[in-house]
Each structure stands twice: as structure tokens, then as C-alpha cells.
Design a protein around this ligand. Structure first.
Ligand SMILES: [Ca+2]
Ligand SMILES: [Ca+2]
Length: 236
């Protein structure tokens, strides 16, 4: 009798250890393969085309595991801690998605992380490539597009400071007011500037300036036909 009890205890203990090891492995996957993207927390797109699947009653680790198992289809997930809701995403959230979304501060957004290709430098879920060649704004944008990226958009002071650290002079950035004078948009996704750091007196449209540059003292509008070095940006 004692022997049977001891065996049952041993089996239970082994199963518990296996379970703990499995949980730790899952946590590691979630820590190394996914990154919280605070820029798009709270945003829950209405469009069903964003979602692979939705679950209720899962903890965050299980939600992450489901996304991990459905790679490469699953590019991230939205998790609501209070309602234990999990929504697997087949599209990245970006500024485009700010139309037709619900704002709800209970939702956290996690995206898959990756490693940047050679010559590209990682920062906060994106890869950046400084091109030390001076081109017109349009040619710079086309060059970035040929690399599967776009002329850099700047979404926060942190990002701007990081960009200044890896570039050394005035560079083109990816916004212009070509379509509507005075209404600057990031050209790759046509989104408005949520963050800006214009130099005093800028943008001044001096002799019809429509393309944006980043200088050491702030942003400026410049003639699109001028030539500057530039920085390309893409998602990991
Ligand atoms: Ca202008
Ligand atoms: Ca100007």
C-alpha cells in the first residue's frame, strides 16, 4: 500500500516538474520572439481581416503560444488581461489601422520580433539602414522602396534621438505636403504627424518647400529637388 502511494507521489512529482519546465520554455519563447509595441497598445481594429482567431479564458503565455504555433501566419497578438481575451493577428498594426478601430486601454499589443538583415540596425521593432548617398527626396524614397522599406517616419522623441545617434548630417525623412500645402503626411502610409519637432519658424514653405528633413536642430521643409542623405525603415 505504502509502495503504491509512493509511486503515485513520484509520478505526480515528475508530472509537476515537466509542467513547470514546459511553462518556463513557453515564457522564454514569448520573451524572445515577441515584443510589446506600446505605440499601438489600446488599438483594436474592427476589421475581421486583421484576425486569425480569437480566444477567451487564456492567460497571456497561452495566447502567445497559440500565435507562436501559427507562425508565419501569426504576426502578433492583442491581449486583454482583465477579460482574458486573446486575438491573433495576421497583419501588423500600424498608423493605417487608426481608422475603424476601438480604443480600449485594457488591450496590449505584442508583435513578433526578428533579427535585422546585415547593414540594418534594430530599434524598437523596426530595422533602419542609413544610406550615405545624397539623392532627391523622390529618388531616396524609391531607393528605400527597392529595399522593401520606406523613407524613415519619426513617431516619438526616443526614435528621433536614436536616429540622430546613427546619422551625422541633415537627412531626408519620409513626410511631405505635396498633395495639400501645409498638411504634412508620412508618405508611406499617408498618416498625419502624431509627433513633430519642427525647428522654430518651420515649416515655412519658402519658395514652395514640400519635403521634410531632419537636422540637428529640428525638422524643416526643403525643396524636394535638393539632395540629402537619408535613412530607410521597415518592420522587423
Ligand atoms: Ca509646402
Ligand atoms: Ca523651410
Amino acid at each position: 500500500m505504502f509502495d503504491l502511494g509512493w509511486r503515485l507521489f513520484s509520478i505526480t512529482a515528475v508530472l509537476a516538474i515537466v509542467k513547470v519546465k514546459h511553462a518556463i520554455a513557453l515564457q522564454n519563447i514569448c520573451r524572445t520572439s515577441f515584443q510589446r509595441d506600446m505605440a499601438y497598445d489600446l488599438i483594436v481594429p474592427n476589421d475581421d481581416n486583421f484576425y486569425i482567431d480569437s480566444f477567451t479564458g487564456l492567460d497571456k503565455i497561452r495566447c502567445c503560444q497559440n500565435c507562436h504555433h501559427d507562425r508565419p501566419n501569426c504576426l502578433g497578438f492583442l491581449y486583454n488581461r482583465h477579460q482574458t481575451k486573446c486575438r491573433l493577428l495576421k497583419r501588423y498594426l500600424n498608423a493605417d489601422n487608426k481608422d475603424g478601430h476601438i480604443i480600449n486601454d485594457e488591450w496590449e499589443y505584442f508583435r513578433i520580433t526578428g533579427v535585422c538583415d546585415e547593414s540594418w540596425q534594430p530599434f524598437n521593432g523596426h530595422c533602419y539602414f542609413y544610406i550615405g548617398l545624397s539623392l532627391t527626396w523622390q529618388a531616396a524614397q524609391e531607393h528605400c522602396q527597392s529595399l522593401g522599406s520606406h523613407l524613415v517616419d519619426i513617431r516619438s522623441p526616443d526614435e528621433e534621438n536614436w536616429i540622430k545617434d546613427i546619422t551625422s548630417s541633415t537627412i531626408w525623412i519620409g513626410g511631405n505636403d505635396i498633395e495639400n500645402e501645409g498638411q504634412f503626411l508620412w508618405s508611406w502610409d499617408k498618416s498625419a504627424l502624431v509627433y513633430s519637432n519642427w525647428f522654430k519658424g518651420e515649416p515655412n514653405n519658402h519658395n514652395n518647400e514640400d519635403c521634410m528633413v531632419l537636422t540637428s536642430s529640428g525638422w524643416n521643409d526643403e525643396k524636394c529637388s535638393k539632395s540629402f542623405k537619408f535613412l530607410c525603415k521597415k518592420y522587423m
